[in-house]
Ligand binder design. Structure first.
Ligand code: G6Q
Length: 537
């Protein structure tokens, strides 16, 4: 499929014209009932309320033209069917298919990429049997006791998504089960996680697609040595999730191994075995499948051509409107749900590693803006922290609020005639309106300029299925934006240079003869850095 550059798309001219006078949200009648009714789109249990964005029907029509002209849905379908999209024409690269959707296309008789889905089904079946062995007491520790804890050891894509989702769904954890995570090569991270653990009743799943990641391999050794010191046989406690045939694919070292495939990028791997093993352990196989079903349902929504009913595409285009036409450099993800506290961190990786690019899929420099800076924290906490800048700072920061009408755990209290959940949701809606409308005041310090674009995503409750849909919604939003910007959203060359230099420096430190403990190491590393500054050139 021939790709057009973003700036060569005709619709961008019309959008640039419209951006000259964007919808004024501060006008007295700007936010009327009709607008709230019309600028709303729903799918998979989510309502997307976008009346508080600086757009109108004319902008939406132009965004539809943009989507059609850039063939965004066609590209999405090509992705789902296994086109080799992870590539830069004429240059060396990963040259891979992009098939994370295949890991959940297991609910239909006609999967889009049958071969990849068959493999996904095989791994799911392997996991189901493994979980069954645990549940039925066929798989126990040396003393015949059940395993209570699963520690996921992995980093980047092998950590952030699974960790965020596991935290989000903690309320649904099976009795007597828990998950923990180790990512950083900082030994204190591992030490802190191991500190409170009964190692004899813990399993560790070492997750590394490549099987070569420094942090993960180092932490695996730390875990192995802790198990040995506790008088336990490491192999009886270690599982692996890795690429088939890769360096970690070694049944002699692990109790069980699960596979992921090179056509699933790390940051898109939460619905593969990378996330499934831990989620299956804590939630059970049934809830894991509900999570996958939610993602699959959103995958299907992503196929719709009409932007008003394709939630991920609509969000992608609203993001492009804010980024490329209203000139906003960042986007805040603000979940009004403590359970989603790590979800912004996951999206930060998924979005910034995918769309933090400045060359096209033909290897030319882009002359338009690509991915924004993604960040965020849960509300209402953020209201007492950084919202000041969002309301009155000099940068316009589009905000995406995510909330739920009902809480997960049932515990709540009515104080001053409203429940805590009501307070949470009302605060979210109040922030959305305040950012949009602003407020005049004679006192300039108390003036709120308004016209700060934002949207609200709201669903009934954060269930496993709803979490799956939310995950896929953002995954596809990111992919659609990358397609539109004509960049390769699926490689991550930008993380290589630092890794290569660290490896060189570690080699030097290992052979420098000045190795020691604590401050001595720090000093020698600094010296080496100074001495070896030439490596950078
Ligand atoms: C994600 C990236 C990156 C990767 C980690 C871990 O898309 O590729 O974050 O997930 O570097 O890689 P391994 O799973 O190979 O250890």
């Amino acid at each position: 499929m021939p790709y057009k550059d973003f700036s060569a798309l005709n619709a961008t001219t019309r959008l640039a014209e419209l951006a000259g006078i964007p919808y004024d949200l501060t006008r007295p009648d700007a936010l009327n009932v009709d607008r709230f009714k019309t600028l709303k789109s729903s799918a998979c249990g989510f309502d997307l309320l976008f009346a508080t964005e600086r757009l109108d029907e004319a902008v939406l029509d132009a965004l539809q033209e943009l989507a059609d002209e850039a063939k965004l849905v066609e590209q999405f379908m090509a992705m789902k069917r296994g086109a080799v999209l992870n590539r830069i024409e004429g240059y060396a690269g990963e040259e891979r298919q992009v098939l994370h959707t295949a890991s959940r296309d297991v609910f239909t008789e006609e999967p889009q990429a049958p071969e990849a889905t068959t493999k996904a089904k095989q791994e799911l079946e392997k996991l189901r049997l493994f979980l069954d062995d645990l549940a039925q007491g066929r798989l126990v520790n040396a003393k015949g006791e059940s395993f209570t804890t699963l520690v996921q050891v992995g980093i980047g894509g092998s950590d952030l998504g699974p960790r965020a989702i596991s935290l989000a769904l903690q309320a649904y954890t099976l009795p007597g089960r828990e998950a923990r995570f180790i990512a950083n090569v900082d030994p204190d991270d591992t030490a802190a996680v191991l500190a409170g653990l009964d190692l004899s009743r813990s399993l560790f799943v070492i997750v590394s697609k490549s099987g070569t990641t420094l942090e993960t391999l180092t932490n695996e050794e730390l875990v192995r040595s802790a198990l040995t010191q506790a008088g336990l046989e490491p192999k009886q406690h270690l599982l692996a999730v890795t690429g088939e045939g890769g360096p970690m694919d070694d049944t002699g070292r692990y109790l069980a191994s699960f596979y992921m495939y090179d056509y699933i990028g790390g940051r898109y791997s939460a619905t593969s075995m990378v996330g499934a093993v831990t989620l299956g352990f804590t939630l059970g196989y049934g809830a894991l499948m509900e999570f996958l079903r939610g993602a699959w349902e959103m995958d299907v929504v992503g196929e719709k051509v009409d932007i008003r009913s394709n939630l991920p595409l609509l969000m992608a285009l609203i993001g492009i409107w804010n980024r490329n036409f209203l000139g906003c450099p960042t986007c805040a993800i603000l979940p009004y749900s403590q359970a989603l506290s790590r979800f912004p961190a996951h999206l930060q990786q998924c979005d910034m590693e995918s769309n933090g690019k400045s060359v096209t899929r033909q290897g030319r420099a882009v002359d338009w803006k690509t991915g924004p800076i993604i960040w965020g924290e849960p509300g209402t906490n953020g209201q007492h922290a950084f919202y000041q800048l969002i309301h009155q700072g000099t940068e316009i920061i589009p905000a995406e609020f995510i909330g739920f009408r009902r809480n997960q755990r049932g515990l709540d209290i009515e104080v001053s005639k409203t429940t805590s959940q009501e307070k949470l949701v009302v605060n979210m809606l109040a922030q959305s309106l305040a950012l949009a409308q602003g407020k005049e005041d004679d006192n300039p310090a108390r003036r709120f300029p308004g016209n700060r674009p934002n949207l609200v995503l709201i669903a009934e409750q954060l269930t496993p299925c709803q979490m799956g849909a939310l995950l896929a919604l953002y995954e596809h939003r990111i992919a659609f934006q990358g397609f539109c910007w004509n960049i390769n959203s699926f490689d991550q060359e930008g993380v290589q240079l630092g890794k290569v230099l660290a490896t060189k420096l570690l080699h030097i430190v290992a052979h420098s003869g000045t190795k020691g403990q604590g401050a001595t190491v720090a000093t020698s590393v600094e010296e080496v850095l100074l001495e070896q500054a030439g490596i950078l050139r």
